[in-house]
Ligand binder design. Sequence first.
Ligand SMILES: Nc1nc2c(c(=O)[nH]1)N[C@@H](CN(C=O)c1ccc(C(=O)N[C@@H](CCC(=O)O)C(=O)O)cc1)CN2
Ligand code: MG
Length: 291
Amino acid sequence: MTIIDGKAFALKLREKIAGAVRDIKSSCNIQPALAVVLVGEDPASQVYVRNKGIATEKAGMRSIEHKLAADASEDDVVSLVKKLNADEEVDGILVQLPLPDHISSERVINEIHPDKDVDGLTEANAGRLILGKTGLVPCTPQGSVMLAKSVRDNLSGLNAVVVGRSILVGKPLAMLLLAENCTVTMAHSRTKNLDEVCREADILCAAVGRPRMVEGRWVKEGATVIDVGINRIEEDGKTRLIGDVDFDSAKERAGAITPVPGGVGPMTIACLLRNTVIAAARRRGLGAVEV
Ligand SMILES: Nc1nc2c(c(=O)[nH]1)N[C@@H](CN(C=O)c1ccc(C(=O)N[C@@H](CCC(=O)O)C(=O)O)cc1)CN2
Ligand SMILES: [Mg+2]
């Protein structure tokens, strides 16, 4: 049984990205730039945005942070996004989610120019993903597939079950697995006999946001289990971070499994950096980057 070390994988990927950035700088004198927009003071979002800024700079890219007050209007956020779209120096734009309730994330996200949409969440990039066209792919699903491929060099023909159908993870993850020639089942809260459906999976991905929902007895012997859940719970008087999979029982049956923390989570930021270099190279006509 392999515990998939997402932290180590992400670090290696980040080193490769830093190498690609160095190449772009030395050959074209261009420093790719990522602009991150944070609205309000959600503590977890503040941490993620800070970590994204640090990771961006460590990779040799420019990080631009825009922080708006929690009571900023939807139009304020849209105006900022439009300004960043028009800024030639900005290669990637990311609006940290969730946004405050009075702001429509759908509207704001879709204002991002698709070629700068490093989260891959605009309708244009979702459409490109479904149509198999070149675009920018959502980071957490991309990272999940990379981790699955790190233990199974060929996913072709395998049964993949994705539990969860969110726009951020479940739907794009199903599309990426389909692109790897998996036979994909999308399961969700209304799926009948969910345990039986999961037991058919060679690749079992949990992205439901429910702590330890996927039990060990739902896991097929030898399956690859990708746990996308990040749930903060109180246990024994302490705050703990746990996944959507019951790790202790699932690892008894899995062939490979991602832990939480240290599994898919760190891949999110690594893939964001990857998308930023890819976006910079495409926008600036530098050709394909291998990362
Ligand atoms: N615009 C976006 N908003 C949000 C996204 C996103 O991809 N784009 N994803 C999440 C939050 N997120 C990044 O924004 C994110 C979540 C978790 C991690 C991570 O590295 N997790 C670690 C544990 C960290 C901890 O101890 O808290 C892990 O799982 O090992 C990185 C990024 C919602 N919003
Ligand atoms: Mg979650």
